[in-house]
Design a protein around this ligand. Structure first.
Ligand code: PLP
Length: 381
């Protein structure tokens, strides 16, 4: 049976990327590797839309999140965490581990942060050195308004904006330099169309000044050490050679296609997914700024969201359920990276069947029709 990975990470990897990663291992200190790393560094700057170095770590995204805390702050510093879901919580947990005081802006799940509320908190406490947020809060499928948040922190020389774009980067616009994002963190296994195992972090000149002041302990995720090494087309420790070969292939493809085309593809799939849910009488879980890279749906009355997930798995279709307080209440369908219209239409068709099986009446084809109409509208636009 085929496995359709429609989860918000990991996502499918294209055959040409798999082939690139199947090449023989070369030594990470060889001239061949350094040449590849040079190309990767350039490609990453395009993807992140930055002039700054994009640091590459062998880790999942959380490694770069941890590094973002330990490289910019010191024990006793205060940070503002925008907490609107499972991954917002992670920023608080990381700060707690390292003795960074947290002022928490609790955002109801399914909603986005209000930049005015953030500005108010920063005005009330000028000691806040960093604002931590998710570009796309994957647990609720809400996009926080990063551009507006960056406008708030840009005006405050003593505060940086740290954005977890682990599920957003490469899927939805996040021009780091143009918007004024100070630390942008990403991971390989979502919109970046690679297997899990790479974490990325790019820092603005303002954030690099914070690095100079930071005294929190760091060793593996030492950003200054990584920067120095990458300047020589190296990584401080053994490089993940196969993943870098895959990354080179992906970045070349991204450059050739152009970011706008990729974002438009995801938006088109997103519109189709959302139209399908509406046609099936289902409501979105995301109340503000529903994400372009995944759709979170409230399970209908009397239907367990986890059951929708497990029944679809029997058909080979892997979507995600809800996390923590949303567990059982929702299900989430990804449409990012190497996911196409056929994958999405197959998933919607499977969902219609499963919902009927679980006692929620859906006219067969109703979701599919709405999705197809949305797709053709966008294709003509
Ligand atoms: C927004 C966000 N942040 C952080 C993470 C954690 O990333 P990782 O599992 O790669 O460490 C995820 C993974 O789902 C995510 O979606």
């Amino acid at each position: 049976m085929k496995m359709y990975l429609m989860t918000p990470g990991p996502t499918p990897v294209a055959p040409e990327t798999q082939l690139a990663m199947a090449q023989p291992i070369i030594h990470h200190r060889s001239p061949q590797f350094m040449e590849i790393m040079g190309e990767v560094r350039e490609g990453l700057k395009y993807l992140f839309q930055t002039e700054q170095e994009v640091l590459v770590f062998t880790a999942t995204g959380t490694g770069a999140m941890e590094g973002a805390v330990t490289n910019t702050l010191s024990a006793g510093d205060t940070a503002l965490v925008i907490d609107g879901g499972k991954f917002g919580e992670r920023w608080t947990e990381l700060c707690n581990v390292y003795g960074v005081k947290v002022e928490r802006l609790a955002v109801e799940w399914g909603h986005a942060a209000d930049p005015k509320a953030v500005a108010k908190m920063l005005d009330a406490n000028p000691a806040i050195k960093a604002v931590f947020v998710q570009a796309n809060e994957t647990s609720t499928a809400v996009m926080h308004p990063v551009q507006e948040l960056a406008a708030v922190t840009k005006a405050r020389p003593g505060t940086i904006l740290v954005v977890d774009a682990i599920s957003a980067l490469g899927g939805t616009p996040l021009p780091m330099d143009e918007w004024g994002i100070d630390v942008l963190v990403a991971g390989s296994q979502k919109a970046m169309m690679l297997p899990p195992g790479l974490a990325f972090a790019a820092l603005s000149p303002k954030a690099w000044e914070f690095v100079k002041q930071s005294t929190l302990p760091k060793y593996y995720f030492d950003f200054a050490k990584a920067l120095k090494s990458q300047g020589k087309n190296q990584t401080p420790y053994t490089s993940p050679v196969s993943l870098i070969l895959g990354l080179k292939e992906v970045l070349a493809k991204v450059k050739k296609l152009g970011l706008e085309k990729i974002y438009a593809h995801n938006r088109r799939l997103s519109k189709a997914a959302k139209a399908a849910m509406q046609a099936m009488g289902l409501a979105l879980y995301s109340r503000d700024y529903p994400s372009d890279v995944l759709t979170a749906v409230l399970a209908p009355e009397g239907v367990d969201g986890q059951k929708v997930v497990s029944e679809l798995r029997k058909k080979g279709i892997w979507i995600a359920g809800g996390q923590a307080e949303a567990k059982g209440k929702i299900f989430r369908i990804a449409h990012m990276g190497f996911i196409d219209t056929v994958d999405l239409l197959g998933t919607i068709g499977g969902l219609e069947e499963v919902l009927n099986q679980l006692g929620y009446r859906v006219e067969p084809g109703s979701g599919l029709k709405a999705a197809q109409e949305a797709l053709s509208e966008e294709a003509l636009a």
